[in-house]
Design a protein around this ligand. Structure first.
Ligand SMILES: [Zn+2]
Length: 676
């Protein structure tokens, strides 16, 4: 019998990893799809009048087996994959996508949903029910369900072309990145780079068939250290030009026409669906709500950060000249001189901090924070099955001992785990008709492993990463809603980073660090001067960093706020859009848009602002804690009751106002960054 299809008889009904084998996934998927289709068919063929229960709730519950299967499968594909699983994914993913499309475009199903929507005011639904109804209705409408046949056909053509162009964009970029290699004959050319980076460059050369030499490519792990440390200005320029001219050289890998066409199609699509622009369409489902909020937001930041940013560049220019550098700082000089200045100013590095951040201590630290704020207790539970022996498993309870969640933590890199850090769920939270399901939450990271002689000691960046992911985990664990699809982290995109980013703030506070940041050999608590240095260096060149981010946001909004058909020269269009936020001289022939994967290959179109937006939220919200004490239970309870537990059951602006008593303002972030 396929263990995925059975009810899990394990502790807390957690995933029985030890029983699930690779060969179980595809059959479980097939069965999940079959059951899903059967359930949808039941909704459609029901001869009774469409109601919330027989339509919306039935749809919410239509794919239980499928969801369960997909959750285990994709989590393992990220955290513990192997060749066989990768092969299975080639069949699994398209089948699942096809099922999703079939349901999402099912016209007969939409008739039922619309029938419920049209009489929603007479149904006595509570706020959560209404939200679920709205979410389902809107997702159909935004896919064109209200269009006539001709409109639907147009939309289908647009989507097809967009998807082809998106792939072409990414493909051209990848080819450009892979095509370039800078082979260096002499170790002198790498002067300034840390020994480890020189070694990496030698290994890269060997890998690429240039043994005995050194190589630098446009992949970030190779590009960034070279731009940051290499003393040879000419080589930095060469690398900068190679990177800045990706897919805009007028050859077969050029993306200028691709992006222009994509922006046009996105505009047409938005118009067809009744929106003014692609930005209007996208932002309707965001906390920011409309393009005006976003552009006002960006203008505000620009005006407040620009003077400071200019001053930072002036000071850097002076510093460069004083230290034998050029008198005309260019884009390929910035990272190099800024790094030098930062080192001079703060004399702080990872090695000084790491002894205070033994992994076990940091884990204990985040658990203590969760306990002080929300009364949560984490108890190791080795009855829970693991997908790898390194995974740690916990039961989470509240102050009264009530079971809150099951929690997995998977910290070390290994073959089969992808890079980065993330939070995910093996089971979402729900509470329908008195049947409560508590969530099963996991965080996955790639931290430095312990050795035989040394425990795992984290860099400060890894410490904030752990706080960040743990913040997402709290959002998942403390969820308390009726419906899984509105629960936990199922919120608008520009709101989802609030719980994670706010928690990072605790990692900079003495009162919090005193709890756990103790030297792994001597037990000494981290000195206050070091904490101050961490804080100061974290906001180094905040003005310039802000302007750089704003310039990307402006570019994104420029491409997506209106009809771009008339643009004759994408390069000058781009330079014009970014101009208000640029600091160093423009370089002819270079472009950002043609390799701006976030907005042309990823899902960030009209959404790049959300990075800054999330920072505003976390700074503004944290200030509320700071004013009242970072472990103030009353504030913490307000944050839990109005934000962490509420998921997407209300508009995020409403939730935020209930917590904070007002809409967020950028002041706290500007203060934190020393900009006001
Ligand atoms: Zn995050």
């Amino acid at each position: 019998m396929n263990p995925i299809l059975n009810e899990y008889k394990t502790v807390f009904a957690t995933v029985p990893f030890e029983e699930i084998k690779n060969e179980h996934f595809l059959p479980a998927l097939e069965e999940g799809i079959r059951l899903g289709k059967e359930n949808i068919e039941k909704i459609k063929s029901n001869t009774e009048e469409a109601t919330f229960e027989n339509t919306i709730l039935a749809l919410e519950n239509s794919s239980e087996i499928l969801d369960k299967t997909a959750e285990v499968f994709f989590n393992l594909l990220s955290a513990e994959t192997n060749d066989e699983l990768q092969e299975i994914a080639k069949e699994f993913s398209p089948k699942l996508t096809a099922y999703g499309n079939d349901v999402g475009l099912d016209a007969d199903l939409f008739i039922k949903i619309k029938a419920v929507w049209d009489k929603k005011d007479s149904l006595n639904l509570d706020a959560e029910d209404l939200k679920l109804l709205e979410k389902n209705y809107k997702s159909f409408v935004r896919n064109g369900a209200l269009l006539n046949e001709e409109g639907k056909e147009k939309l289908r053509k647009i989507d097809e072309e967009l998807s082809t162009l998106g792939l072409k964009f990414g493909d051209n970029n990848l080819k450009e990145t892979n095509k370039f290699i800078m082979v260096l004959d002499s170790e002198d050319d790498l002067k300034g780079l840390p020994a480890g980076e020189v070694e990496a460059a030698a290994m890269l050369a060997k890998e690429k068939g240039h043994e005995g030499k050194w190589a630098v490519t446009l992949d970030y792990p190779s590009l960034i250290p070279f731009m940051t440390y290499a003393e040879n200005r000419e080589l930095r320029k060469r690398l900068y030009m190679a990177n800045g001219t990706k897919s805009c050289k007028g050859d077969e890998l050029d993306n200028k026409e691709v992006i222009k066409r994509m922006a046009e199609l996105r505009h047409q699509r938005a118009k067809l669906l009744g929106y003014e622009s692609h930005a209007h369409f996208t932002l309707e489902e965001r906390m920011a709500a409309n393009p005006k909020t976003v552009t006002d937001f960006l203008d505000d930041f620009l005006s407040k950060a620009k003077d400071q940013a200019k001053k930072e560049i002036e000071d850097l220019q002076k510093y460069a000249v004083e230290n034998g550098g050029p008198s005309d700082l260019q884009n390929w000089d910035y990272a190099f001189w800024a790094e030098k200045l930062k080192k001079d100013k703060f004399s702080i590095d990872d090695e000084m901090l790491k002894p205070y951040f033994k992994l076990e201590n940091v884990i204990d630290g985040v658990f203590q924070v969760a306990n002080k704020l929300y009364g949560l207790n984490f108890k190791k539970n080795d009855e829970m099955q693991k997908y790898h022996k390194d995974v740690m498993t916990y039961e989470v309870t509240d102050e009264s001992g009530r079971h809150i969640a099951a929690f997995y933590a998977d910290f070390f890199p290994r073959a089969g785990k992808r890079n980065g850090a993330w939070m995910t769920a093996y089971r979402g939270q729900s509470n329908v008709d008195g049947v409560e399901k508590r969530p099963h939450i996991s965080i996955v990271c790639n931290f430095t492993k312990p050795t035989e002689t040394k425990p795992s000691l984290l860099t400060f960046n890894e410490v904030t990463t752990l706080f960040h992911e743990f913040g997402h985990a709290l959002h998942g664990m403390l969820a308390d809603t009726k419906y899984e699809s509105l629960s936990g982290t199922n919120v608008f995109w520009d709101f989802v980073e609030l719980p994670s980013q706010i928690l990072e703030n605790w990692a900079y506070e003495k009162e919090c660090l005193d709890l756990f940041a103790k030297h792994y050999e001597t037990g000494e608590v981290i000195p206050s001067e070091l904490i101050q240095k961490i804080k100061d260096s974290a906001t180094f060149h905040e003005g310039r960093a802000t302007l750089r981010q704003i310039s990307f946001c402006l570019l994104d909004m420029a491409w997506h706020s209106g009809d771009t058909t008339a643009i004759s020269n994408p390069e000058s269009f781009e330079k014009e859009a970014m101009k208000p936020a640029s600091l160093l001289p423009d370089v002819d022939g270079t472009m950002m848009s043609t390799s701006f994967g976030h907005i042309f290959a990823g899902g960030y179109s009209s959404g790049y602002y959300s990075y800054k937006w999330a920072e505003v939220l976390d700074a503004d919200a944290f200030e509320h804690f700071k004013e009242n004490g970072i472990f103030n239970r009353e504030i913490a309870t307000k944050f839990k009751d109005n934000i962490l537990s509420k998921g997407g059951t209300e508009h995020p602006m409403e939730l935020y106002k209930k917590f904070r008593g007002a809409e967020p303002t950028p002041d706290a972030l500007l203060r934190r960054g020393g900009l006001i």
